[in-house]
Design a protein around this ligand. Structure first.
Ligand SMILES: *Cc1c(COP(=O)(O)O)cnc(C)c1O
Length: 361
């Protein structure tokens, strides 16, 4: 079976983990600081603050910007549920704006109609590793005085004209095992704002500046040195991993674009292909089944848009967001991860072409 995702662990990762085990310093310590400095440098920002997950990174980024009850945050309905849930965690209200069908990202032309006096922030999600239209989004944010919190959980190293995602507003990253680099579980907040960085640092550690004095309600959302050591070894390989993902995606597109709708990449955008997502219309579920029978793992990101999830239905969301709803029935992600061999890529291409043309072997 060709898996849809596969974390790549080498001797560097194993040695780094053993060194931490032998150091006796397991929880948040010097490795976390080193990982934060290296990640900030990769992103081109002043600060990176490590957290326990991408979800807690989003949660703390919102809190550190003072977003809470009575506030609205505009985000995409076509994302992993953590994006919107983090808004609920701080007591604010997620407001969903439909996506653009060529990028699967939030459609900036629809944002302004949903801005109210309660809107405090925009949370674009760089879905599948493809940067959102940040020029338009930053322009809207500036005109309306809004904070921008980028959900970059799938987009480590993605950029627009060389400027990395996570450096436009505050960035939130995840290091879950399926992501472009992993720490098993882990997250990162990136920012150029000294005060926001300091607030995230305190919030992740019980609001504690001086040992056992707690200035405000904080959390234990810390990363461990074990995870950070893994993260440092992975970060050193990020460029290489992303280049392989991009090359794999190019190969798939070259061979599939005549039969199906392949991913679109805007000029100047560096899409880092966390997922390679095609659109297969009414044949989608049949394709998933057929590909599985032929040993090819696939993923559906996402089968139900966030506003249609039971949690949100329960909260009374009645939005009709036609593009997100249609895409949830049509998209299918194929393996694109850096561990794929040429033979596996060829097998994926041949199988998809054969199935799409309806030729049963
Ligand atoms: C993975 C992911 C998250 C959450 O990250 P975790 O580390 O799993 O908590 C948030 N948003 C998006 C878009 C993601 O893909």
């Amino acid at each position: 079976m060709i898996p849809i995702a596969k974390p790549l662990m080498g001797d560097e990762e194993k040695e780094a983990i053993i060194a931490v085990l032998e150091s006796g310093m397991l929880a948040q310590g010097p490795k976390v600081e080193e990982f934060e400095r290296a990640f900030a440098a990769m992103c081109g920002v002043r600060h990176a603050v490590a957290t326990s997950s991408g979800t807690t990174a989003l949660h703390l980024a919102l809190l550190a910007h003072g977003i809470g009850p009575g506030d609205e945050v505009i985000t995409s309905p076509f994302t992993f549920i953590a994006s919107a849930n983090s808004i609920l965690f701080v007591g604010a209200r997620p407001v969903f704006v439909d996506i653009d069908e060529s990028s699967y990202n939030i459609d900036p032309t629809l944002i302004e109609a949903r801005i109210t006096s309660r809107t405090k922030a925009l949370m674009p999600v760089h879905l599948f590793g493809n940067p959102c239209d940040m020029e338009a989004i930053m322009d809207i944010a500036a005109r309306h005085g809004l904070v921008v919190i980028e959900d970059a959980a799938q987009a480590h190293g993605a950029s627009i004209n060389g400027k990395k995602v996570g450096s436009f507003g505050a960035g939130c990253f995840s290091f879950y095992p399926t992501k472009n680099i992993t720490t098993a579980e882990g997250g990162m907040v990136t920012t150029d704002d000294d005060q926001v960085a300091e607030k995230v640092r305190l919030l992740r550690n019980h609001g504690m500046k001086r040992r056992y004095y707690h200035d405000f309600l904080g959390y234990n959302f810390r990363m461990t040195d074990l995870q950070a050591a893994l993260g440092l070894a992975q970060l050193a390989k990020l460029e290489d991993f992303n280049e392989k993902r991009i090359a794999n995606a190019r190969y798939l597109t070259e061979h599939l674009r005549d039969v199906i709708i392949t991913p679109q990449v805007k000029g100047g955008h560096r899409h880092v292909f966390h997922q390679y997502t095609i659109r297969v219309n009414e044949k989608r579920d049949w394709m998933v089944e057929q590909l599985r029978e032929r040993g090819i793992g696939t993923g559906i990101y996402y089968p139900l848009p966030v506003h249609k999830q039971p949690v949100y239905q329960e909260l009374g969301y009645t939005d009709h967001l036609p593009v997100a709803e249609a895409m949830s029935r049509k998209v299918l992600s194929l393996p694109v991860h850096p561990a794929l061999s040429q033979a596996e890529l060829d097998r994926i291409v041949e199988t998809v072409v054969q199935l799409y043309k309806g030729e049963r072997d």
